[in-house]
Design a protein around this ligand. Structure first.
Ligand code: ZN
Length: 263
């Protein structure tokens, strides 16, 4: 949300106090304008449209265990369940309907460039210090959109890990950067769909890997998996239709009790 907008509303409210019609001031549309995106109607099961798509991106991290929220612009049962989890996580009435309370929380969480409050494009595009979205196998626009989707999942993960700083040590990598760091040739980092994470204060890498299972990540690699003892890798391979891989889930962090199978 734009702090400026809030300030303007408060000032208008104060000026209107002596005898003026307060109700009309409170109802001013400016109170709901958001620097990134403003929803204009309530959303619930059966609705569809770009506003549903926008919502699906923001609740992507509230998928159930080993599941994802499809960004298909249709408000189905999975979207409703994700909205419910988002609502409970932030202390709202959990009815699965996206209305003013849910939107107010989303506005509070999103910056004007649509990134969630605690993550930024700058943090996700820093591969090999290049600070760009180019040089990968897909367009920079799509790569950047993938990174935004990843960040909303990270915001949910961060919240459930106790709302402490969660550092991304590697996000998007161009093909040359990926070669330089010895990444797999079909690495999700090439698509903006991956992030490597450090453990937040007071938490272990295993805490991060275990918690990630509930936040829409279909790729998780952590302690015990080769070369992953010093970070946790999370990605969205299941939703990535550009990587030539079948859309499966792949988890492995043997030292945390996470195998590729049942958990
Ligand atoms: Zn990684």
């Amino acid at each position: 949300m734009r702090a400026q907008t809030m300030k303007r509303v408060v000032v208008a409210f104060a000026l209107a106090l002596p005898g003026a019609a307060i109700a009309s001031v409170v109802a001013a549309p400016a109170a709901h304008a958001d620097g990134c995106y403003t929803w204009k109607r309530n959303l619930y099961q059966g609705r569809s449209g770009d506003d549903v798509h926008q919502l699906q991106i923001r609740v992507a991290g509230w998928a159930g265990r080993r599941d994802i929220v499809e960004t298909d612009s249709r408000y189905g049962p999975k979207t409703a369940a994700a909205v419910k989890r988002f609502q409970s996580a932030y202390g709202l009435k959990a009815d699965g309907v996206a209305g003013p309370q849910t939107y107010a929380k989303l506005y509070a969480l999103q910056d004007d460039d649509c990134t969630p409050r605690h993550f930024s494009y700058g943090e996700l595009d820093d591969g090999c210090g290049q600070a760009s979205w180019t040089g990968g196998p897909i367009s920079s626009t799509k790569t950047r959109d993938n990174a935004l989707h990843t960040m909303w999942k990270l915001e949910a993960l961060r919240h459930d890990l106790g709302d402490q700083p969660l550092s991304v040590t590697s996000g998007f990598r161009s093909t040359s950067c990926n070669q330089q760091v010895g990444g797999a040739s079909n690495s999700q980092h090439l698509y903006g769909t991956a992030a490597d994470l450090a453990a937040p204060s007071g938490k272990s890498l295993c805490d991060v890997a275990r918690e990630a299972r509930d936040h829409g990540f279909s790729g998780i690699y952590g302690p015990g998996y080769p070369d992953h003892d010093d970070h946790v890798h999370v990605d969205s391979r299941r939703e990535n239709n550009d990587d030539g891989l079948t859309n499966t889930t792949s988890w492995s962090a043997p030292d945390c009790g996470i195998g590729a199978g049942a958990d």
